[in-house]
Design a protein around this ligand. Sequence first.
Ligand SMILES: NC(=O)c1ccc[n+]([C@@H]2O[C@H](COP(=O)([O-])OP(=O)(O)OC[C@H]3O[C@@H](n4cnc5c(N)ncnc54)[C@H](OP(=O)(O)O)[C@@H]3O)[C@@H](O)[C@H]2O)c1
Length: 274
Amino acid sequence: MIVVTGATGGVGAEVVRGLVESGHRVRALSRRPDELTVPAGVETARADLADADSLAAAFAGGTALFLYSTFGDPAIPVAAAKAAGIERIVLLSSAAVRDGADDPIARHHRAVEQAVESSGLAWTHLRPGGFASNARWLAPQVRDGVVRLAYPEVGTAPIDPADIAAVAVRALTEDGHAGRAYPLTGPEWLTQADEIRILAAALGVPLRVERVDAEAEIAVLTGSIPERFARGRLEIQAAMVDRPSYVVDTVERILGRPARTFADWVAAHVTEFK
Ligand SMILES: NC(=O)c1ccc[n+]([C@@H]2O[C@H](COP(=O)([O-])OP(=O)(O)OC[C@H]3O[C@@H](n4cnc5c(N)ncnc54)[C@H](OP(=O)(O)O)[C@@H]3O)[C@@H](O)[C@H]2O)c1
């Protein structure tokens, strides 16, 4: 039985789907299990990673765990996994750890990685850079035709969350991934302005990028995500002006096929921007 936390999440839902497609028994967890939509045959259970009491039953009988780095005490899910007899943990961490960033998001993800490493269980860390799906945060502006960015020239190699999930499925079900920390990116480096051009082409509408200061972008983004995440995103982008992001081929090496492009992700989700 493979236990998947964050099963309502963009990555977690794809992990559940991928595991089922490859014939594995899955238990999908959420704090709101009634809201889970899962493939036939998948067990569901309520679990709050900050609440030890909720985890004993949720993890019972599990052999492997897909774990989100939520903002609770990471010792809680790690201890519960050990107590339940889980043998391996695949952690959704962040590229911020590899980059050695010194911000609250990077420090938090590293603390979770350390808790997992010190468990004595087999572990694999997934360290993705920026998700292609972050473009959703710009959807209200895209609908208005003007996207306000403080750093339009800053870029990443955006990764499709489905590719992160596909790597997670391999790490959860194959040998050879224990003790590895995988940096994960999409296949090509794109500036934010490039991403807007790709969105405009997919939508068949003109989109204008307006350069604003960081506070103005935070104010706009706060309509889509909590202010502390918007602020964290802008801090990361400010640091990237002098330290550009990178492209790695981990997805292709592990999956044996190219990583999906940002344009692929947009094509699959274009209706969300209309
Ligand atoms: N976006 C990026 O560019 C980026 C880059 C690198 C790393 N990351 C990391 O990737 C993760 C986000 O992935 P995503 O987009 O798939 O997330 P998402 O769609 O926002 O979903 C978050 C999931 O976390 C679960 N969750 C939150 N708090 C929980 C708790 N206390 N107990 C149990 N489950 C909890 C939620 O489950 P319920 O609400 O159903 O309980 C939900 O399924 C974050 O850890 C982020 O730091 C993101």
